[in-house]
Design a protein around this ligand. Structure first.
Ligand SMILES: [Mg+2]
Length: 335
């Protein structure tokens, strides 16, 4: 995966931005999210090779904004000499991911693997709507579902959870994502309930805010339901810091916002972490990078990701051609 022997190539650089309206706005603890904005990068070299990359910022996860990413791309010359070192971009993690990915795609033989659908978790609508929404996703083959919590009073949400668990077939797994939005008492209520449901709850994601590390550790000792960190580990440095401080629970890893894909992959190869590779609503270009990462880690690392990928997200996005596995066609959509 490392291209240290490749001489820096001279490439032509182009970029095009996109804006996609979610079919239904996404409700989270942060508020309502209506549009996914990002940038597609294209590198072409004199050998006729092409590499596409994607910048998919998530400012409330600490990345640059879309306009900061565009301003950065505008400063890149249209002809440039390019290698695989984009460490100049630590304050622009989404760009760092995008440029590394474009370079990888330029220099590797294209292989577009896909996984069977049960390897992807599917995002349910927030709140009561989840009670009916799971069945179409189950029929498509999904077996792992994710449901955002922490958006209504605990007692109301726990009642919905009971109804949902009555309806979900055995064999379905549920992930709960609080986006750091529970207070300690609410977290105890949720974990206590989840423990009673046995292993049908795969994990609770980020029950408490990122600054509650000691409390999160306490929760892992007190309850059997596993806890995953997401907002706590939005950069690779934070992920490493939590590992070294002793977090042995689950890590939700969103490569598109984490920064360097190469350094992330290296860390997961060197250390055994229990990770969920997760999407931030990328186009097919970013999505494929996550699948490739999961497959490569499965083959050659200590961290063998065995959990469903957090990316059953396509049903939330419009049929606008940006999920096209033909990336040249995808690119042409953006003219
Ligand atoms: Mg999350």
């Amino acid at each position: 995966m490392h291209h240290v022997n490749d001489k820096p190539a001279v490439a032509t650089f182009e970029f095009r931005s996109y804006r996609r309206a979610f079919r239904r706005p996404i409700k989270t603890h942060y508020g309502i999210w209506k549009h996914r904005e990002g940038i597609i990068l294209k590198l072409s070299d004199h050998q006729g090779r092409i590499g596409f990359g994607e910048v998919a910022p998530l400012p409330w996860f600490g990345t640059e904004t879309q306009s900061q990413a565009i301003a950065f791309c505008q400063r890149i010359p249209s002809r440039l000499s390019i290698g695989d070192d984009f460490s100049i971009l630590p304050t622009l993690p989404a760009c760092q991911f995008g440029f590394e990915l474009a370079y990888r795609n330029l220099t590797k033989d294209i292989h577009c693997a896909d996984l069977a659908i049960h390897h992807y978790s599917a995002l349910l609508p927030t709140g009561e709507a989840a009670l009916d929404a799971w069945s179409a996703l189950w029929a498509m083959g999904h077996r792992t579902f994710k449901w955002k919590i922490g958006v209504a009073p605990v007692s109301v949400e726990l009642a919905w959870l009971s109804q949902l668990m009555e309806r979900l077939p055995l064999g379905a797994q549920l992930r709960l994502d609080a986006n750091g939005g529970l207070c300690e008492i609410a977290a105890h209520h949720w974990l206590d309930r989840c423990d009673r449901l046995g292993h049908r709850i795969e994990f609770i994601e980020q029950p408490l805010p990122p600054n509650c590390f000691a409390e999160l550790i306490k929760l892992t000792r007190r309850y059997q339901t596993p806890i995953a960190l997401d907002e706590s580990v939005t950069t690779l440095d934070q992920l490493k810091a939590h590992y070294y401080r002793g977090w042995r629970g689950i890590y939700v890893v969103k490569p598109a916002v984490l920064g360097s894909l190469n350094r992330l992959q290296q860390f997961c190869e060197d250390y055994s972490i229990d990770l969920v590779v997760s999407s931030v609503f990328e186009t097919d270009i970013g999505r494929q990078a996550l699948i490739d990462l999961a497959i490569e880690l499965q083959n050659s690392s200590f961290s063998k990701p065995h959990r469903a990928l957090g990316m059953g997200t396509q049903q939330w996005l419009p049929h606008d051609g940006l999920d096209d596995p033909d990336w040249e066609a995808l690119w042409q959509q953006l003219e």
